[in-house]
Design a protein around this ligand. Sequence first.
Ligand code: FAD
Length: 518
Amino acid sequence: MIEELQLRITLKEEERSDILVIKSAQALNIDKEDITGVKVLRKSIDARKPKIIFNYKVAVYIREMLPKTSDYKFDYKDVPKAKPIHIIGFGPAGMYAALRCIELGFKPIVLERGKNVQDRRRDLRAINQDHFVDEDSNYCFGEGGAGTYSDGKLYTRSLKRGDVRRIFENLVFHGATDQILVDAHPHIGTNKLPKVVQNIRETILKHGGEIHFETRVTDFIIKNNTLQAIQLLNGEEMPVNRVILATGHSARDIFYLLHKKEIALEAKSFAMGVRVEHPQHIIDAIQYHCEGHRHELLPPASYSLVQQVNDRGVYSFCMCPGGFIVPAATANGEVVVNGMSPSKRNNLFANSGIVVEIDVNRDLPKYEHFGALKGLEYQKSLERMAFTAGGRSQVAPAQRLTDFVEGKLSMDLNPSSYQPGLNSAPLHSLLPKLIGSSLRKGFQAFGQKMKGYYTAEANIVGVESRTSSPVCIPRNERLEHPQIQGLFPCGEGGGYAGGIVSAAIDGERCAEAAIAGL
Ligand code: FAD
């Protein structure tokens, strides 16, 4: 017999390893010896009150064997001779599109400008140490896309947009911990992601798919509004039938190419701001109502904040407890910051993007002449400003949080996890008023919501500009570009995803759409 239960466990009780069995036996009024196993279906922590509670949803197995945690089956076919689907970009959208093609009996041919996960590491080191950004291999470009050297947080608001569980099961199938199937806020960690990505590559190759690294797509050959071939950087032309365009929102050359070819694009509202970094113990003390160190059973605390400032949303984005701020630029001459954390989240800092909504129809009158690319050009101008203010390298401009809000240059900065280094700069005057004044009010409001958050012990670091795509590549109900037959815009670059999970879901959908009718 199997019974499902909700259990509330205090921090003290959580110290006992057999607490779930004890509590289940009590709740069901049975002998604990009759319980053959307790499977955790969901786990979350409620730290809103000083008495911290672990909430569990469990399945209690009574005189019955516990099944394997994950029994999802993926039916991958052998496809070396099957009809091809070309996929540009091997981020989460491209990877899941390729896997879905194989499940449906089609051969994915992936073209990825960056390198495989191992070789990519060297180029990340060069960004951090030598301040050199390889335009094909960086924190955004390369095997696994922007999702590989990321935090691997698997939160998504797109519950209705597809089968999130299927995406998670596939990650577990490829080596992610099965803990992601139960945690309320699942997370893989940047140290574990490369292996998962590599396993996905091996599945694709084993079943007859092709993956071409260091292969940048530079042009589309279109006749009679139908995509005929794609051109590669080495000049080669590759004939194509169906192409999934999953190049992510940092692939500005793709946006420029489509724009030049007069292929319809639309400006899309997005968000930009800075990354704020606190010592992790400050966030722990606020969230867990403790002084000094958090209890060892509690994970490094996170937060999620939102505030309306003059009709505009200011919110935290991609919060990384126990993480690092990383240089996420994709070209020299720009500074872009983002965040990542290892699986244990055991670094001493807590960082988060704090961003301001930019309405492209209302906020950028001076950029109107760029048409569909106005948001992109605005984003670029801020990244160039950060490059100059940092000192023309990957050193990022920064300010103590309180100095930023009070409009003062910081005499010195707090220690930081950002490896290329920080330079004190007057971000309060360098950021456009639209962003700067909203952030200042937002930070003050956050200080009211989380006592201790507004502190001189935090730095803000600029700029957090790549939160979502400033451009949308339109598509019709068949997910095909309305003007170009055979082109399926996909994932974050198309404007159809905002994170690893939603990009993966969109990748699967685009594969199904590209295959339909073949
Ligand atoms: P991308 O991941 O951007 O992949 C696009 C791929 O296309 C790249 O590999 C690129 O090299 C390739 N490409 C581009 N142009 C070409 C071309 N011309 N020819 C061939 N290939 C090309 N999201 C989360 O959900 N959780 C997180 O914790 C998280 N942390 C992040 C941390 C960092 C540092 C960064 C940068 C991002 C993070 N994100 C996170 C965002 C997440 O990574 C993206 O939303 C997601 O990767 C988008 O997937 P995608 O496949 O649409 O595009």
